[in-house]
Write a protein that binds this ligand. Sequence first.
Ligand code: SF4
Ligand code: SF4
Length: 152
Amino acid sequence: MNSPKLRCRFWETVPLEKMTHDEWEALCDGCGKCCMNKLEDEETGEVALTNIACRLLDDETCRCSQYPIRHQFVPECIVLKPQNIEENLYWMPQTCAYKLLWNGQKLKDWHPLISGDPESVHLAGVSMRGRTVPEFEVPEEDWEEYIIEEPT
Ligand code: SF4
Ligand code: SF4
């Protein structure tokens, strides 16, 4: 059941830029993939995903451990909003709910808003839960060895 702060099936009817703060936040499926470090090829611009997690990611919950105050620790963490989605699409995970809706696609069946269960993203095997390595454990010159295929 939806929380009273969320309009019924808002993701199907409300454009991203018209969503309330709570609706916007509820769109995040909790996959944790955007909190992985990425490697960008300077020549091709291609972006590779690694399983090396940002220092604030909690591998068990797959959520940021300091979300409200994260910029005190990770100033470069991007605050995604309708105005900057387009410029960030190139690195965003394929299944990211924001990317899907921006591209006019539907949320996946395992999305917690559809399933009603926050665990469904993990049960579907598309999240990073239990798969990450903390960034302080791997020197940056070795990150290439941790490149992974996005779980989808
Ligand atoms: S990739 Fe998208 S849906 Fe997944 S955790 Fe990041 S913002 Fe949320
Ligand atoms: S600061 Fe938090 S939200 Fe930002 S990348 Fe790190 S874990 Fe993710």
